[in-house]
Ligand binder design. Structure first.
Ligand code: SF4
Length: 382
């Protein structure tokens, strides 16, 4: 099928376990009490049928995600990579862990320091803001445990980025959020405005006049970064610069999340999805729960891209992207948005604007472009 020749897989998202040791208020994962681990047989099948295939490239990153990856010990990951490499005949060169950092110990430090392994930590800012949502199963805040993990990473000289979820409460305190994140010592900071995704069907940002508040938040946040020597990079600013460079070269932006095959996700039992990783496991019988095949049943990924459930999903997502292209001045920067947000907010994939894109794409990119005095779009209403 032409898709397989056209698309390089950028991320292979593997779910070692659905389980998470904490219980964040805004979590989108539906099965975070499920303690199963991906089996040896499933890893072998992933190696044979996905990693050995033409879409997997040397630069593809394996992302261990969709649960807290550090609840599974580092030896499991060493064995998992050995199994994938033996089954595929390829070398796994890039792996990524996004973690709450509460379980980082000496054994984990050794593993995270390995070549080709990158680390991201979820940290929402100062203690009270972090602990407001990021709590353990007894309702206790996790900031101290997360900072303990971060201190260990810094003491070992292991670079990491942070991702902060920005809620309605955080919007009023940009400087404190920035100062806390900078003090943690990351190489870069990503700001995730709280979104409706997966089983998280509410967002505190929908309840207020969020656009003005997001702009004010960005100004306060950037003032702190500007005043900080050797400040970490801001992911959103880097993304804008890259997107503008892409536009200048005459190529439009493409969203990984709406490009079939750019991201391939496999859950703990071998079910396969593509597009936004958050779609896998969502209640959606009309799209077969966005499960397009299972590694134990397919011959290779072409079976996934020829499945009825995939083709039905693909038609709807392509229709939404085409509507975005016709109607939105931000399309050259956005590429048509994330299917998980469209489905989470509208129950459809063929829709266009969402509260998420209004804030995270339109408001953020326009405001950063204003601040950097570069034209993001022409004729954009804000
Ligand atoms: S910003 Fe929103 S409406 Fe515009 S292209 Fe992106 S998803 Fe579509």
């Amino acid at each position: 099928m032409s898709l397989l020749r056209l698309v390089d897989m950028q991320l292979l998202v593997l779910q070692p376990t659905p389980f998470c040791n904490i219980d964040c208020a805004y979590c989108y994962l539906p099965q975070r009490n499920d303690r199963r681990r991906m089996s040896r047989e499933t890893l072998e099948a992933i190696g044979h049928r996905i990693v050995s295939g033409p879409m997997y490239r040397d630069q593809t990153t394996i992302v261990w995600h969709a649960g807290e990856p550090l609840v599974v010990p580092p030896d499991w990951y060493r064995d998992a990579v050995d199994i994938l490499e033996a089954a595929s005949g390829r070398t796994i060169t890039h792996q990524s862990f996004q973690t709450n950092a509460t379980l980082i110990n000496d054994a984990w430090l050794d593993h995270l320091a390995s070549p080709g392994v990158s680390v991201g930590v979820s940290l929402d800012g100062p203690q009270d803001l972090h602990d407001l949502n990021r709590r353990d199963r007894r309702g206790r805040g996790t900031w101290r445990s997360t900072m303990n993990g971060i201190d260990r990473l810094n003491a070992r000289g292991i670079p990491f980025h942070v991702i902060a979820v920005i809620t309605r409460t955080s919007l009023d305190r940009p400087r404190e959020v920035a100062q806390a994140l900078v003090a943690a010592g990351p190489t870069s900071i990503g700001l995730n405005l709280e979104e409706i995704d997966g089983v998280n069907d509410v967002s505190s940002l929908l309840e207020c006049d969020a656009q003005d508040r997001v702009r004010r938040f960005l100004d306060g946040f950037l003032d702190v970064l500007d005043a900080t020597p050797d400040a970490p990079k801001l992911r959103e600013a880097d993304a804008l610069r890259n997107l503008l460079g892409t536009m200048k070269s005459g190529r439009g932006a493409r969203s990984q999340e709406n490009t079939p095959g750019a991201i391939v996700s496999v859950d703990v039992q071998g079910d396969i999805s593509t597009y936004s990783p958050e779609l896998l496991g969502v209640e959606a019988p009309q799209f077969n729960g966005f499960k397009f095949g299972n590694v134990h049943d397919i011959r290779d990924l072409s079976d996934v891209f020829l499945s009825r459930a995939f083709l039905n999903t693909h038609r709807q997502i392509a229709a939404g992207v085409a509507k975005c292209a016709r109607s939105c001045a931000h399309f050259p920067l956005c590429g048509g948005g994330a299917p998980s947000n469209k489905f989470g907010e509208t129950g459809r994939l063929d829709s266009t604007e969402t509260a998420f894109c209004r804030l995270s794409v339109k408001t953020v990119l326009d405001h950063l472009a204003d601040r950097f005095a570069v034209p993001a779009t022409e004729g954009t209403s804000r």
